[in-house]
Design a protein. Structure first.
Length: 65
């Protein structure tokens, strides 16, 4: 994903977990106190993904092919 204009690049990594349903996972994350950074989004020809943070702030992503 591209950074917003003017944002300095920062080194990081992002763990992705395979799920059976991105939308159901998003609902579960939020019901358990997590935060959605990128809502379930389709990637044409690839699948669907979303990015979250757990209640302590650890960021992770999910992916459904």
């Amino acid at each position: 994903m591209a950074l917003p204009p003017g944002a300095p690049p920062q080194p990081h990594w992002l763990a992705y977990f395979t799920v059976t349903d991105c939308d159901a996972t998003a609902a579960k994350v939020e019901s358990l106190g997590g935060r959605t950074y990128v809502p379930p989004t389709a990637i044409e020809g690839m699948g669907r993904f979303a990015v979250f943070a757990d209640p302590q702030g650890a960021v992770f992503a999910v992916y459904k092919e």
